[in-house]
Ligand binder design. Structure first.
Ligand code: ISE
Length: 334
C-alpha cells in the first residue's frame, strides 16, 4: 500500500533476514524497500525473496534513500554506532538489534544525541518484552500480585552455539537478555554483578566457562540470578521465576507444549531455538514498532535501555575477567 512504512533492513544474516521476511509477510503496514549487507551475495539472495525490495550496497546510502522511512539494524554490533547516528541525523525511527553499541561511552553519546533531538527514535530489539508471558509477569508484579519482589531466578539455555561464543561473548550476547528482563520486570537498575564460573561442560571449548552463574544486584536491594548455559545439547530453554513477599510466579515452561503419552511415558517437546520460542514476540515487536514508526516514534525499549544493557554487560565482562564483584558505572539519564 502506498502509505506503508518503507523499511531498509541493514544486515541480513539470520536475524536480519528473519526480520525482513516477517516484515514483508506477516506485519501490516510495512514494505521492505531496501536490503543491505556487507556480503553482496547474501543481500541479493535475501532481496530475491522479498518482492519490491532492492539491494543498496552502502548502509549510509540505504539509510538516506528516498524510498526509506525507517530502518532495522541487524548488522554486527561494531557497525551500530555510526548507523544509528545516521538514522538520528536523518530523523527517522530505527529498530536496532542488541547491542546499541560496543562501548559505554559511544552508547551514552547516542542517548545524549537523541535527547538533544527531543524525540525518541531508537528502539532496541529486546524482544522478550513483547512475549505475552513476560508482559503478564511484569503486570502481575506492578499490580502488587506477588508483593514486593525479592528475588529473580533466570535460566537461559541454548542447545548449541558457534565456537566464537566464549565466556565474555556469552555475557554480551546471551546474558544481555536477562539484564533487560530484570530491569523490565522489576523496573529498576542493576547496580553490581558477580559471575561464578563452576565446572564447564565437556562440550565447551578449552578455557570457556559454560555454564556460568551470574548474580545481579539491583537498586532496590533485590537480587537476581541467571544460569547461562549455551551448549546443553538439548533445546532452547528460557525460564524466569520471580519471588515476592506474598508469592512467586514462574514463566517459560513451554506454553506450546504438546503433551504426549507414548510407550508408557508422559512428556512433550521443547522449543529447539529462539525463533520457535519467541516467534510471536518478534512478530509483536515488529508490528508495534511499525505502528509507532508510522507516527515517527517508537513503542518499546529505547536508547536508555540499550545504554543500561551495555553498561551492565561491560561490568559483567570485567567480572568474568577478574573474578570479582563489579559495580555498574552509569552516567545520569539526560
Ligand atoms: C542470541 O543472540 C539470542 O538473542 C538468543 O535469544 C539467545 O538465546 C542466544 O544466547 C543469543 O546468542
Amino acid at each position: 500500500m502506498s502509505d506503508d512504512l518503507r523499511v531498509a533492513v541493514l544486515g541480513v544474516g539470520m536475524m536480519g533476514s528473519f526480520h525482513a521476511s516477517t516484515l514483508s509477510t506477516a506485519v501490516k503496514g510495512a514494505t521492505v524497500t531496501v536490503i543491505n549487507d556487507f556480503s553482496a551475495g547474501t543481500a541479493a539472495k535475501v532481496s530475491a525473496g522479498i518482492p519490491g525490495s532492492r539491494v543498496v550496497a552502502d548502509p549510509f546510502e540505504a539509510i538516506n534513500a528516498d524510498d526509506v522511512d525507517a530502518v532495522v539494524i541487524a548488522t554486527p554490533g561494531a557497525a551500530h554506532e555510526e548507523q544509528v547516528l545516521a538514522c538520528l541525523e536523518r530523523g527517522i525511527p530505527v529498530l536496532c538489534e542488541k547491542p546499541l553499541t560496543t562501548g559505554i561511552d559511544t552508547a551514552y553519546r547516542i542517548v545524549q544525541r537523541e535527547a538533544e533531538l527531543g524525540r525518541q527514535l531508537i528502539q532496541l530489539g529486546f524482544m522478550r518484552r513483547f512475549d505475552t508471558e513476560y508482559a503478564e509477569l511484569r503486570a502481575l508484579i506492578a499490580d502488587g500480585g506477588l508483593g514486593a519482589p525479592l528475588m529473580v531466578h533466570c535460566t537461559h539455555r541454548n542447545p548449541d552455539v558457534p565456537p566464537h561464543f566464549n565466556s565474555e561473548f556469552m555475557i554480551r550476547d546471551s546474558v544481555v537478555h536477562e539484564v533487560d528482563v530484570v530491569r523490565f520486570l522489576l523496573d529498576t537498575e542493576i547496580t553490581a554483578i558477580t559471575v561464578h564460573k563452576g565446572l564447564a561442560t565437556s562440550r565447551a571449548p578449552e578455557g570457556v566457562n559454560d555454564p556460568m552463574l551470574v548474580v545481579f544486584e539491583t537498586s532496590t536491594g533485590a537480587v537476581a540470578t541467571d544460569e547461562i548455559y549455551v551448549r546443553t545439547g538439548v533445546a532452547y530453554e528460557v525460564r524466569t521465576e520471580v519471588v515476592g513477599e506474598t508469592g512467586s510466579a514462574l514463566i517459560g515452561l513451554d506454553q506450546n507444549l504438546v503433551r504426549t503419552t507414548t510407550d508408557g511415558r508422559w512428556g512433550g517437546t521443547l522449543t529447539p531455538g529462539f525463533v520457535q520460542r519467541f516467534g510471536a514476540a518478534y512478530h509483536a515487536e515488529l508490528q508495534r514498532w511499525v505502528n509507532a514508526a508510522r507516527n515517527g516514534t517508537i513503542d518499546g525499549p529505547g536508547a536508555w535501555d540499550g545504554y543500561a544493557a551495555v553498561a551492565v554487560c561491560e561490568a559483567g565482562v570485567e567480572a568474568v575477567r577478574t573474578g570479582q564483584r563489579v559495580e555498574v558505572r552509569m552516567s545520569p539519564r539526560p
